[in-house]
Design a protein around this ligand. Structure first.
Ligand code: FE2
Length: 284
């Protein structure tokens, strides 16, 4: 006899599979492997950069309850290679009233259109860096997880992201996020509240200008963060990377994550439009 919990898990898996298929149908693109020579080049570029002052960075990360900012995390020549691969016009816009307005280019598209950036995400040097900070071996997320490696494009006045914790669909403390500054012609700020909910420590509010090359690593499920409003004629682009200690996704957590992906990827209007199109257009 199957327990109620198992039945709920099975149902959660079925609904998550359907929502995943719905999400991917909007942008039906398969990922791509990284060329071995490019991967070796990126690894060689990153290794000396990321091993610099690693012990000091790790200490700050631990002291700040798993948060650290490195001002010159990546040098200009590497940031420039990333920037050249960002095509702002290709970003998918999503608007959720009072919560989020921004564009994004997900990992599947990055694998095809931004090979240097995909190689950076997959590099042994980057995984070793995050693993050293977290104190446990970290790995890349699945090739079809658009949030594994994403360009976030803030290009219209008012673009923003409300305060939130990251939802990874995985077990507690299994996922870590990085934000890398790529373009910043803006007054927009990354907003971070450290020690929220920790009665023993004073809360600390940070307003961070994500200049090109700045690199922030944090436990997304523990650090309360958001993005302030973009001003007129401004542009800000960041690269978000996510790594996981394991890719186990308990069904109910996975469902919450996929629901959040659907909601934030399409926005309310987009979901209604797609649903409407499906109802009025016969399948091809
Ligand atoms: Fe986030």
């Amino acid at each position: 006899m199957i327990s109620l919990a198992r039945r709920i898990d099975r149902l959660a898996d079925v609904v998550a599979d359907r929502l995943d298929a719905f999400n991917h149908s909007a942008d039906p693109i398969a990922g791509a492997a990284t060329d071995a020579a490019l991967q070796a080049e990126v690894d060689a570029l990153l290794t000396p950069v990321l091993s610099r002052n690693l012990e000091g960075t790790r200490t700050v990360f631990a002291e700040n309850n798993e948060y650290v900012l490195v001002e010159q995390g990546l040098p200009p020549e590497i940031v420039e290679r990333i920037r050249q691969e960002v095509n702002v016009a290709r970003a998918t816009r999503s608007v959720v009233p009072w919560y989020r307005a921004a564009g994004s280019i997900g990992y599947r598209r990055i694998q095809v259109e931004a090979p240097f950036t995909a190689a950076l995400y997959r590099s042994r040097a980057m995984r070793d860096y995050v693993s050293a900070l977290c104190g446990k071996p970290m790995q890349c997320k699945s090739d079809d997880d658009d949030h594994a490696c994403t360009f976030y494009v803030y290009s219209k006045p008012g673009d923003r992201m409300s305060f939130h914790y990251d939802v990874c669909g995985c077990e507690d403390a299994a996922s870590y996020s990085m934000i890398i500054g790529v373009v910043d012609d803006s007054t927009q700020r990354l907003l971070v509240e450290l020690h929220r909910g920790d009665g023993a420590r004073r809360r600390q509010s940070l307003q961070i200008s994500t200049r090109p090359g700045v690199m922030i690593t944090f436990a997304g499920s523990k650090v309360w963060h958001g993005v302030s409003r973009l001003g007129r004629n401004e542009l800000r682009v960041t690269l978000g990377l996510a790594y996981a200690a394991n890719n186990r996704q308990p069904p109910r957590r996975r469902l919450i994550k996929v629901m959040a992906d659907t909601f934030f990827h399409f926005g309310l209007g987009g979901m209604v439009k797609r649903r409407h199109r499906r109802l009025v257009e016969p399948p091809e």
